[in-house]
Write a protein that binds this ligand. Structure first.
Ligand SMILES: [Mg+2]
Length: 287
């Protein structure tokens, strides 16, 4: 019987009072603002992880919430992902245009479909090309992903021992070239990326600056993410001049700059329901 109670508690997953309070305060700001900004990571945040990333579909109910929020017309919504930006629209499979920042912020697809790519230096691209060639000869048993601005090594799904070996060999290859020609290392869970360009924090700052320029306001902003690569985005949101909420959306908590932790998929649905409700009330109030 005690086990049954425990299981039931896990299913209900009650929210700590301080989390509920922060959500309530933030949604009150969303309710009274003419426009708010909702920024979301994709993999692990809106969808479960899949080793084949093209199988990572959004959790049940998420697409409907996003469509509803978009329809209410009071949210600038964007996905900020490590993937190439063009991969997100087919995953979301929505009939509405969506702003996407890809490659951790180095690439932008605007609502009107225009695509912009941050320019990397020829020296950085040449170095990436050399590393690609080396990994083509020996990939250390990991999974290589090529991006226009990066080379990525994944070890998700490998045994802990094998993952450690892949990581050690990859770092030995990546570290000497990181920090030259504008290249940097980006650690994420189960992998490391050698890259050039803006990070997710830079993408958040660009969105906030653009919003301020176009609306003349510091709109309420929330960022939802799960990975280490989302930490710069949490910090950028925390530093926003207007009301803000950074949310670690992850199965288990960890040390983070995020203001609150919610567990997907229930925590995500609760958050999106709260957002929808706040905006519906704004919409009604304006009638
Ligand atoms: Mg993620």
């Amino acid at each position: 019987m005690p086990n049954a109670i425990c299981e039931e508690r896990n299913l209900i997953d009650p929210m700590p009072p301080e989390t509920a309070e922060k959500l309530e305060t933030f949604f009150a700001a969303v309710r009274s603002a003419p426009q708010s900004i909702l920024l979301l990571d994709y993999d692990g945040t809106m969808s479960p992880f899949r080793i084949d990333r093209f199988q990572a579909r959004p959790y049940a109910g998420v697409r409907q919430f996003l469509a509803r929020i978009q329809k209410l017309g009071r949210t600038r919504m964007a996905v900020i992902t490590g993937r190439p930006a063009a991969e997100i629209a087919p995953m979301l499979a929505l009939d509405i245009p969506f702003e996407v920042w890809g490659l951790h912020g180095a690439e932008h697809i605007a609502l009107d479909g225009r695509r912009q790519m941050e320019q990397a230096s020829p020296a950085a691209l040449a170095t990436l090309e050399q590393i690609r060639a080396e990994l083509a000869r020996n990939s250390f048993g990991g999974l290589i992903e090529d991006k226009p601005n990066a080379v990525v090594m994944h070890w998700r799904g490998a045994s802990p021992q094998k993952a450690r070996a892949i990581e050690r060999k990859t770092r030995k290859l990546f570290e000497p070239v990181a920090a030259i020609d504008g290249l940097s290392l980006l650690d994420f869970e189960a992998g490391v990326e050698l890259r050039v360009g803006r990070d997710k924090g830079g993408a958040v700052e660009a969105i906030l600056a653009d919003n301020r320029e176009t609306t003349g306001r510091d709109s309420p902003v929330a960022y939802l993410g799960d990975d280490l690569t989302d930490e710069p985005a949490f910090r950028a949101v925390n530093a926003a001049p207007g009301p803000s909420l950074s949310v670690l959306m992850r199965r288990a908590p960890r040390s983070t700059a995020a203001a609150i932790w919610l567990r997907p998929p229930d925590g995500l649905r609760t958050f999106l329901a709260g957002w929808t409700s706040a905006q519906s009330q704004v919409a009604k109030a304006k009638v």
